[in-house]
Write a protein that binds this ligand. Structure first.
Ligand SMILES: C[S@@+](CC[C@H](N)C(=O)[O-])C[C@H]1O[C@@H](n2cnc3c(N)ncnc32)[C@H](O)[C@@H]1O
Length: 203
């Protein structure tokens, strides 16, 4: 998602106290589990999750300042359990120095062309990076409208030793607690079904 350039987006992102450069043991003043969303967009999902689950710490990561600034504009008071990072997931290991408990990939860019397969966030390249962020058990949750990306993710996760704990081709028909993302709202209003998976791997 690229948005029209917002004036001063870089300055706003760099100076806002909800945005951190590095995630380490001092980021939150408790030892609660940390959940990360890569590609948080305008932040509806991660902001709502932080409200619903005060005993979990949430990190929203987004690579474009012009997008992240939209999430920042929704923050009136900084929640004790929510921080943002302006970061491309490919650089994640340089900036995260703690273990996380769950990873959300919501409506990730599908990168349909074969030559871009390595950019898909469930490609082995990224799965290998994520593995280093967890200890003991990896939890990955993905939602997407894109059946090709979904099929790709199922295959890539299976080939890389993950167990598919839950797979749904119509998330909104399931009895699974769910917080809507911006894209999810838009697609559901158009009658498009939402694919969902929860994959785990013991390490
Ligand atoms: C299609 S949007 C979905 C936004 C939001 N998750 C939602 O469901 O409404 C995908 C978002 O992921 C971001 N993104 C894509 N690749 C990324 C990467 N490698 N690292 C961080 N963010 C990324 C894009 O900039 C974009 O904002």
């Amino acid at each position: 998602m690229r948005l029209r350039n917002i004036k001063n987006a870089k300055e706003i992102v760099e100076s806002h106290p909800i945005v951190i450069n590095k995630l380490n043991k001092d980021t939150f003043d408790n030892e609660n589990p940390i959940h990360l969303e890569i590609g948080m967009g305008k932040g509806d999902f991660i902001i709502e999750m932080a409200k619903l689950y005060p005993d979990i710490n949430f990190i929203g990561m987004e690579k474009f300042e012009s997008v992240l600034v939209r999430a920042i504009q929704k923050i009136e008071e900084i929640p004790h359990n929510l921080r943002f990072m302006r970061l491309d997931a490919k650089d994640i290991l340089e900036y995260i120095d703690v273990k996380i408990a769950a990873l959300y990939l919501n409506f990730s860019d599908p990168w349909p062309k074969k030559r871009h397969v390595k950019r898909r966030l469930t490609n082995k390249y990224f799965l290998d990076l994520y593995e280093k962020l967890f200890d003991k058990k990896i939890n990955i949750y993905q939602k997407t409208d894109n059946k090709y990306l979904f099929a790709y993710s199922l295959s890539s996760l299976s080939q890389n030793g993950y167990i598919l704990e839950k797979v749904s081709l119509d998330l909104h028909k399931e009895d699974i607690p769910n917080v809507l993302t911006e894209y999810e709202k838009k697609f559901s209003e158009q009658g498009i079904l939402i694919n969902y998976l929860h994959a785990t791997k013991n390490i």
